[in-house]
Unconditional design. Structure first.
Length: 271
């Protein structure tokens, strides 16, 4: 038996953010699975192209990484996704890996960070551990890419387990058990950030409200190529122009041990 582990992420050309998240996570996996062949794959072709142009680095896509594992003699493959919820991105990863599963004796694919009710409680606790000191008694808004899962627009397929609908709504409720002034918003979908900020400031307490924004992405930053990272700076500028007291912790959750441990737990759960 030879174990292979692939960490799949959207990817980024921001070397500092990449080091603090993807590379650190790969090292953490290596510390626990010393005999495993471990690699990372980027799903975004534009990011891979940019890295080739900047540094000459050739990072493979998921299919090429899976085939490389086979060539190196891997017999048992685990694919670790850094996705947050069960969305179209995660579905494509599952389908691509499943199409190549016959190359190995065994293939496992980890679930997204929020896959069931138990996950919600663990993620809420991780937010408290990572950000309670920063937020204090003020308001916290966790900003996701979108509040829609694939369950809202199509039937589940045979690759899915139990359906877990409205994971971000469940997370908001669970967060408030730890940090009462918590909200979950998104840059797309129904629960948009601007709407949530207006709701917070409509609260009749006569006080100026400090709001801490936290990107709900494994990797995030002003130079990171994902939707939250692209749109959040513009939204923040707009809010500040309207004299809202907002600040952002512009780091991905993958930079925090509390969240890396949850992704590792999903890896262990699939073994």
């Amino acid at each position: 038996m030879k174990q292979g582990i692939i960490v799949v992420n959207h990817g980024t050309s921001d070397f500092e953010a990449r080091h603090n998240t993807i590379e650190e996570f790969v090292l953490s996996i290596g510390d626990r699975f010393e005999d495993a062949d471990i690699a990372s794959a980027y799903t975004d072709g534009e990011v891979r192209k940019k890295l080739r142009e900047i540094s000459g680095e050739k990072i493979q896509n998921l299919k090429a990484t899976v085939l490389s594992m086979k060539e190196r003699g891997v017999t048992h493959l685990s694919v670790v996704t850094t996705d947050i919820i069960e969305d179209d991105t995660h579905k494509k990863i599952r389908e691509e890996v499943s199409s190549l599963a016959g190359l190995f004796r065994d293939v496992k694919i980890t679930k997204p960070l929020l896959s069931d009710v138990k996950d919600v409680g663990l993620v809420a606790r991780a937010f408290y551990s990572a950000f309670n000191d920063t937020v204090g008694d003020d308001h916290m808004v966790v900003v996701a890419c979108d509040d829609r899962t694939i369950y809202e627009n199509q039937e589940m397929d045979f690759l899915m387990g139990e359906v877990f609908d409205k994971p971000l709504e469940s997370l908001e409720n669970s967060l408030r058990e730890f940090m009462k002034k918590s909200y979950v918003a998104s840059v797309g979908g129904k629960r948009r950030l601007y709407k949530v900020i207006k709701e917070i400031n409509a609260i009749e307490d006569g006080k100026r409200k400090r709001i801490v924004l936290i990107p709900f992405e494994f990797i995030a930053g002003t130079q990171v190529e994902n939707e939250v990272s692209r749109k959040l700076p513009e939204l923040i500028d707009r809010l500040k122009e309207e004299e809202y007291d907002v600040e952002v912790v512009f780091k991905g959750i993958g930079e925090y041990d509390a969240f890396q441990r949850l992704y590792l737990k999903h890896l262990y759960d699939e073994r």
